[in-house]
Write a protein that binds this ligand. Structure first.
Ligand code: DC
Length: 229
C-alpha cells in the first residue's frame, strides 16, 4: 500500500485553498482539515461569551471550556465544525465571525491551542490541511506544501458569489474590504504570520479553472507519494 503523506496548503483568504484541499482529499482518500474553521469556531465562542480579545486571563480560561471536533458530512464530502457538541459549520461563515476572526487568530495562546490539535490530527499522515501556517509552523516537514494565490479582485468576486447565496444584500466593496483587512492582519501579525514556506510550490489560480488547478496539484501529490515509498 502506498505511503501516506501530509499535504499542507497555505495562502491568502478566499483564493480557493479549501476547494482544492477537499478535492485532493476526496481523490486520495485522505482526511481534509480546514484549520480556518477552528479559528472561526473559537472566534464564535469569544463573541458569544463577550470575551475581550486583549484579556489574556479570560482568553485562557475560555480556551479550557472549548472543545472542537470535526464530524464527517457525507453530503458535502467534508467535515463540519463542532463547537462543544454544536454543529457551527454555517454560523462560522457569517460576516459577524469573518470580520473578527483574524484578530482572534493573531492571539498567541489561541494559536498554541489550535496548532497542538492540528499536529495531533496529522500524526497518522494521510491528511490535506489548509490554513496560513501549515507549511511553516504546523507541519514544517510536510512532504508537499502548496502556496495558493490569486489576484485580489478575482478573489473578492469569487467570495461575493459564495456569500450572495445566503446574503443577497452583500456588496463587492464589503467583501473586498473584509478580505484586505484579513490579509493584512494575517500577514503582519507577530505570531506565525502567513508566509510562503521556502520549499512550497506556488499555484496561482487567477486564470485557470478549478479542474486545471486540481490536475496540477494532484500530479504534485502523486510525485511526492511515489517519493515517500
Ligand atoms: O481560511 P479562513 O478564512 O477560514 O480562516 C479564518 C481566519 O483564521 C483567517 O483570518 C486566517 C486565520 N487562520 C490562521 O491564522 N491560521 C490558519 N492555519 C488558518 C486560518
Amino acid at each position: 500500500m502506498a505511503n501516506k503523506i501530509i499535504i499542507a496548503i497555505d495562502g491568502f483568504s478566499s483564493c480557493g485553498k479549501s476547494t482544492l484541499a477537499k478535492a485532493l482529499a476526496v481523490k486520495l482518500e485522505y482526511v481534509f482539515i480546514d484549520t480556518g474553521a477552528m479559528y472561526r469556531a473559537i472566534a464564535l465562542y469569544f463573541l458569544r461569551n463577550g470575551i475581550s480579545f486583549d484579556d489574556n486571563v479570560a482568553i485562557e480560561n475560555a480556551l479550557t471550556k472549548i472543545k472542537l471536533n470535526f464530524q464527517y458530512n457525507t453530503a458535502s464530502q467534508k467535515s463540519d465544525m463542532f463547537l462543544n457538541g454544536e454543529n457551527v459549520e454555517l454560523l462560522i461563515r457569517e460576516m459577524k465571525v469573518s470580520s473578527k476572526v483574524s484578530e482572534v487568530a493573531a492571539i498567541a495562546v489561541v494559536r498554541d491551542f489550535a496548532v497542538a490539535q492540528q499536529q495531533a490530527m496529522g500524526q497518522a499522515k494521510g491528511i490535506v490541511m489548509d490554513g496560513r501556517d501549515i507549511g511553516t509552523v504546523v507541519f514544517p516537514k510536510a512532504e508537499l506544501k502548496i502556496f495558493v494565490t490569486a489576484l485580489p479582485e478575482i478573489r473578492a468576486n469569487r467570495r461575493l458569489l459564495e456569500l450572495q447565496a445566503t446574503n443577497p444584500a452583500i456588496t463587492l466593496q464589503e467583501v473586498a474590504e473584509n478580505l484586505q483587512h484579513r490579509d493584512l492582519i494575517d500577514s503582519t501579525r507577530e505570531h506565525s504570520p502567513l508566509r510562503q514556506a521556502d520549499d512550497a510550490l506556488v499555484l496561482d489560480n487567477s486564470n485557470i479553472s478549478r479542474e486545471a488547478q486540481f490536475e496540477i496539484a494532484l500530479n504534485w501529490a502523486k510525485e511526492r507519494i511515489a517519493l515517500a515509498n
